[in-house]
Design a binder for this molecule. Structure first.
Ligand SMILES: [Zn+2]
Length: 105
């Protein structure tokens, strides 16, 4: 296996952004819409993963077939911060799926 990506891969865990007050912008090229997230919210869902890896972990809410999302970490500038909307995690719902098995009486 080539190890081209290995040294770069864990450069930016989400917790790193928390410390520097940066946000994560996720953009769908198909919908041309983007959302901004707090790294701490994303950590609750995905764990303290590498920022780049979110491209593969996150799906567009408007369609799973919208392809890879663009993910970038950014620090909002003063002007940008005024109108910035941040998508906050309200709840993590757990799907309860029944699993059945036939047993002799
Ligand atoms: Zn989309």
């Amino acid at each position: 296996m080539p190890e081209t990506y290995a040294p770069k891969r864990r450069d930016y865990p989400l917790s790193n952004l928390n410390d520097t007050l940066r946000l994560v912008r996720v953009r769908c090229r198909y919908c041309k819409r983007s959302h901004n997230y707090f790294p701490s919210d994303l950590i609750q869902i995905f764990g303290d993963v590498d920022v780049d890896s979110l491209m593969d972990r996150m799906k567009c809410e408007n369609g799973a077939d919208h392809g890879k999302l663009e993910v970038e970490a950014f620090s909002p500038t003063g002007r940008e911060a005024v109108n910035l909307r941040i998508r906050r995690l309200v709840a993590l719902k757990i799907h309860r799926v029944p699993v059945w098995r036939e047993e002799p009486a």
